[in-house]
Write a protein that binds this ligand. Structure first.
Ligand code: ZN
Length: 501
């Protein structure tokens, strides 16, 4: 059995290394590659991705997984070996269920559409993407139909990103959350606007970068195993557990953009850096779901990075960094500015309270499109109607409407958006559990000390990688299933105080 397990690990490691090489090509393309490299790079990336896929779905892997079943069943569920075999089998079954032709067709469709979208979006040209988006919908349905055992056509897509979740359970959670959010947004609307003009001005990039790096170093992001570079859209990317990088973009006219994206991506990265090194190169060596991943980025960005205690420590340092720009702005004004709530059109710029309403709109529209109840040609109108009714703002164009996110233009319709809100919900549930174990956390944060929090997250979440599914992890860590109550408590307490509700 030992030899069979080693053979399995060996094959998985090859697939993993090919995928990491493809990831490195992507990173290079988005950071330093000259434009002339684009054509060859597309070919090289496709080759490596295909080789990684073929190595993983090799019948030899299936045979080894079958032969290892008795060994797996002889071990405790949470042993490393049993978990490795279980998670590898899940991945193998998922990847082998989709015919290779369909994989190739979707890959080339999304590659082409991403370029078409990037060109059409600034021109506000929905007509240019409409037929391609219709193709995306058709491919999404065909892909989902490869998994006939589902209650809702979106389920196979959802479980790819958030294994263990289904359309129906998410619909339920979202509708409960919505019931709490809508009155909160309404109550805040009736209050006077917060003045956030202190965030506008001229903030030199190098100084912004120094400050951001200082904070995430304090958080515990390990620069011996990571680095930060500039890209058009910030992201975290891993090549191995010893090389987990983040990217950001700087807006010299607005202080908060790069700062909070840096904190956000460092949360994703610390999760990956905290995984048990013994899992390197196996399917266990990654965050377990989109939702849990997002819970870690949001926890550091919002629960820590937008808290009053955090800024009691860091604001004097920030003001020393930008003495002229922040002249006359006290810590309380700054704290209020970075937490201003205002319904807006763009999801990625939304505040903590309205953010989830953006996600719910997308999730509902995805389900309607997959169910055949909403045609692509009617999408702009449906989108705008939902923004008007849910957020009270109406997009002036498709550019700041249904063409704003890359998601439906470089991946399927369905599966990707729910993770953002699930992450917000989980972040509060995890933080409450951490706080119960360590009531001193708010004091630590006030002193710029994060070892206790990061240590707790590493022990209970990070180190396990993908060993547990998201529902299993939440149950293990908090003793309860996923619950919205902690998140609602967090929002009501914070914003109730901020807006004197
Ligand atoms: Zn994120």
């Amino acid at each position: 059995m030992k030899a069979k397990l080693d053979a399995l690990k060996h094959q998985l490691m090859i697939s993993n290394d090919l995928e990491s090489a493809a990831a490195l090509l992507f990173w290079d393309q988005s950071t330093y590659m000259p434009p002339g490299g684009a054509t060859a790079r597309a070919r090289q990336s496709a080759l490596l991705s295909r080789m990684a896929h073929e190595t993983f779905v090799d019948p030899q892997v299936g045979k080894l997984l079958d032969e290892l079943r008795p060994y797996e069943e002889s071990l405790p569920y949470d042993s490393d070996d049993a978990s490795l075999i279980r998670v590898a089998r899940r991945e193998y079954e998922r990847k082998t269920q989709v015919p290779a032709d369909l994989v190739a067709e979707t890959t080339s469709h999304f590659y082409a559409l991403h370029g078409i979208w990037a060109e059409a979006r600034p021109k506000n040209d929905f007509a240019a993407v409409q037929p391609h988006l219709e193709k995306t919908l058709e491919l999404s349905k065909r892909w989902a139909e490869c998994f006939p055992d589902h209650d809702h056509i979106a389920d196979p897509l959802i479980s790819t990103w958030d294994y263990g979740m289904k359309a129906e359970s998410i619909r339920q959670i979202f509708s409960e959350l919505r019931e709490a959010l809508v009155p909160l947004v309404q109550a805040i609307r009736n209050k006077a606007d917060i003045d956030d003009s202190c965030l506008e001005g001229y903030f030199p990039e190098a100084l912004q970068q120094d400050f951001g790096l200082r904070v995430i170093k304090d958080f515990g992001y390990d620069f011996e195993r990571g680095r930060q570079d500039k890209t058009a859209h910030p992201y975290m990317i891993k090549f191995s557990l010893g090389d987990v990088r983040i990217t950001t973009r700087f807006n010299e006219a607005r202080l908060s953009d790069a700062l909070f994206s840096t904190l956000h991506e460092s949360g994703h990265a610390m999760y990956e850096q905290g995984i048990n090194p013994a899992y390197e190169g196996t399917p266990l060596a990654g965050g377990t779901s989109a939702g849990v991943h997002e819970s870690q980025s949001r926890l550091w960005e919002n629960i820590v990075g937008r808290s009053r205690g955090f800024w009691e420590h860091y604001y004097p340092i920030l003001r020393d960094t930008f003495p002229e720009q922040l002249q006359g702005v006290d810590v309380e004004s700054f704290y209020r500015a970075i937490n201003k709530v205002k319904p807006s059109l763009i999801r990625v710029e939304a505040d903590e309270v309205t953010y989830n309403l953006h996600v719910m709109i997308r999730f509902d529209l995805e389900l309607q499109m997959l169910e055949g109840k909403l045609a692509i040609r009617d999408l702009p109108e449906a989108w705008n109607a939902r923004y008007t009714s849910d957020l009270g703002v109406t997009p002036s164009s498709n550019q700041n409407g249904c063409m704003q996110d890359v998601h439906w233009f470089d991946s399927f319709i369905g599966g990707a958006f729910q993770g953002y809100t699930l992450g917000n919900i989980m972040s509060a549930q995890f933080y409450e559990a951490a706080l119960e174990a360590h009531p001193s956390l708010p004091e630590d944060i006030r002193y710029g000390q994060f070892d206790t929090l990061r240590g707790w997250l590493t022990e209970h979440i990070y180190q396990h990688g993908s060993k547990y599914t998201a529902p299993e992890l939440i149950e293990r860590v908090t003793g309860k299933p996923l619950m919205i109550a902690p998140y609602i408590r967090y929002l009501q307490q914070k914003y109730g105080e901020l807006y004197s509700l």
